[in-house]
Design a protein around this ligand. Structure first.
Ligand code: ADP
Ligand code: MG
Length: 568
């Protein structure tokens, strides 16, 4: 080529887009603004799906759950400083929950930020992100965009998945370079989450401990759901004959109605089991740290733990048989070594089944009530049937009582259909999760929301209406947090835990062109939800629940510190 010939150029904008596309990323959860407005527009023009939200935290939660559902990093795109900080909550949430996600934020001029000279939205974002995520990178040169994104993808999905921060300063987007050189600088990540095969010794040790059990139990966690090793896990559970307990987001990995499911006998199996196989579940607060009364102490228990993260072993109690590797490979290895297997005694499995059936029978009549005002059980009774009839639909769930009771009452039938508050028990995931669930799965979404929980992301109903997503939101409206009946003992302000009485959330939905319905009985609720799930039209159902229904903090009231002083 002659030196006079005009070279073809590319720039930072185009290199980011090309790098994303090269790595199979199809969707971006975005809030536009300086300096990434044009990036969003250009992504859309280039055929990426760009969903623009009203607040970065919701876009971030959407990206995080997209990562859980697809095993690819969910991408959230935000502006600098405040937008970045809003997205950071979701990035920390993704890291805590072991979901792969990349938060890409535009940032201000390095030279000015580092000298603290007061730039527009000045903030040292990289330093702030670092302690809250698995890895954090900044790209300063257009030629490094390919490598930067490759590192971010690999960090997000390999090993224990988590959140990654990628800092892209405003100046980077306009940087130009030779198009051919630019193309060569891109990296398609090969085998981003390599299989991690467990050591044969560790497999043998795990099987020996399991074989020595008299009252074994398998606990399935959301790591097992994430792994997408559904058939192998099912085979392991069925071949072993061991009762299984699904953690909240592992419900449906095997159907909750499976004969070996011990979901409705939770306290019994935790207390009375002697060997516990943990499959992608941590012994954190959600499992009482593996010790204490819930676990039947002082009697000791042996744990086998399958996890991709070696540091997870012995985090709370001694692990008799640590099995480090990815769940697919570990479960295959266990199946390979089982040989002729003796199932646990009928004494044990029979006792578990008996307890489960008793508990289910005790609950049944409460779910059939058609009381007005509605209680949680009456409302959940009809929703339970709707989910049974629509096992492919996604279920999003948050709240206090609305969470605990839904989790216990609504059976799931297929893997990765239930997504909820996760490891932090956080409020605010609702609408972000609903949007990502609809976008990533193409299936209808049912959200069961406490009225308080809904408030944290409620504005995104505009997003749901704008993109015409098949989302049906049911708000269990009991006029407040936990209950709507608290009174302020000392003045005229409302009590700290109550909302406007008789609020009509359905009217908000109508304001954006969606369908709003107000229901006061289980029968009405059933009709409205079925209609919404059939039509796929964005719908919000304000389900009026007795304000006196519900208990403080749902099932975790024990975590509230109590004042020991007498009231003054
Ligand atoms: P739950 O809340 O459902 O009990 P946790 O989030 O506590 O689940 O635990 C999930 C665990 O699964 C984490 O310790 C994580 O390291 C692990 N994990 C995630 N993905 C995989 C995988 N592909 N293979 C093995 N372990 C995994
Ligand atoms: Mg409430």
């Amino acid at each position: 080529a002659g030196t006079n010939e005009e070279r073809e150029l590319t720039d930072g904008f185009n290199l980011v887009i090309d790098a994303l596309k090269l790595n199979g990323i199809e969707t971006i959860y975005n809030v536009p603004g300086i300096p990434i407005t044009d990036l969003g527009r250009m992504c859309q023009a280039a055929g990426l799906r760009v969903l623009s939200f009203r607040h970065e935290q919701n876009a971030g939660y959407a990206a995080s759950i997209a990562g859980f559902l697809t095993k690819k990093p969910g991408i959230c795109l935000t502006v600098s400083a405040p937008g970045f900080l809003n997205g950071l909550t979701a990035l920390a949430h993704a890291t805590t929950n072991c979901f792969p996600m990349i938060l890409i934020s535009g940032s201000s001029e390095r030279e000015i930020v580092d000298l603290q000279q007061g730039d527009y939205e000045e903030m040292d974002q990289l330093a702030i992100a670092k302690p809250l995520c698995k890895a954090a990178y900044r790209v300063l040169h257009a030629a490094d965009i390919g490598i930067g994104l490759a590192r971010a993808i690999r960090a997000a999905v390999s090993g224990r998945p988590g959140g990654v921060y990628l800092d892209l300063p405003a100046k980077l987007f306009g940087q130009v370079m030779d198009a051919e050189e630019g193309k060569k600088s891109l990296v398609k990540v090969i085998d981003p989450a390599p299989a991690q095969i467990p050591a044969p010794d560790a497999v043998k040790r795990a099987l020996d401990v399991l074989k020595g059990a008299k009252r074994p139990l398998i606990i399935l966690g959301k790591g097992a759901a994430y792994a997408q090793a559904d058939d192998a896990i099912r085979t392991l559970v069925e071949k072993s004959g061991i009762p299984f307990l699904p953690m909240s987001m592992a419900k449906g990995l095997l159907p909750d109605t499976h004969p070996q499911c011990a979901g409705a006998a939770r306290s019994t199996v935790l207390k009375d089991s002697d060997v516990v196989l943990l499959l992608g579940a941590r012994l954190n607060w959600l499992l009482s740290h593996g010790k204490g009364k819930a676990w039947g102490e002082p009697h000791s228990k042996k744990f086998i733990q399958v996890d991709i993260e070696p540091k997870e072993m012995d985090s709370n109690v001694e692990i008799a048989a640590p099995l480090v590797g990815d769940i697919g490979s570990c479960v295959e290895a266990l199946l390979g070594g089982m040989g002729s297997w003796t199932k646990p005694s009928a004494d044990w499995t029979g006792a578990v089944t008996k307890k489960r059936d008793e508990n289910v029978a005790k609950m049944a009549p409460r779910l059939m009530n058609n009381n007005v005002p509605m209680d949680y059980h009456g409302a959940l009774g009809v929703l339970r049937t709707i989910v049974k009839e629509r096992p492919d639909a996604m279920l999003v769930n948050e709240g206090a009582n609305a969470l605990d009771l839904t989790r216990g009452i609504i059976d799931m039938y297929k893997p990765r259909k239930r997504i909820d508050v996760g490891t932090w028990g956080v409020m605010g995931i609702g609408m972000g999760y609903a949007i990502a669930a609809a976008v990533e799965t193409g299936k209808p979404v049912l959200c069961i929301e406490g009225d308080s929980a809904f408030g944290f992301s409620g504005m995104e109903i505009e997003t749901i209406c704008r993109y015409q997503l098949p989302v049906c939101i049911v708000i269990f409206n009991n006029d407040g947090i936990y209950r709507g009946t608290d009174v302020n003992p000392a003045g005229n302000d409302p009590a700290t835990t109550v909302f406007v009485k008789g609020a009509r959330y359905d009217k908000m939905m109508e304001g954006f062109g969606g369908i709003g319905v107000n229901v006061t009985s289980p029968d009405e609720l059933k009709r409205a939800v079925n209609e919404a799930m059939d039509s796929g039209k964005p719908t919000l159902i304000n389900a009026v629940i007795d304000p006196a229904a519900g208990s403080e903090s749902g099932r975790i009231g024990n975590l509230n510190p109590q004042s020991k002083l007498k009231k003054k």
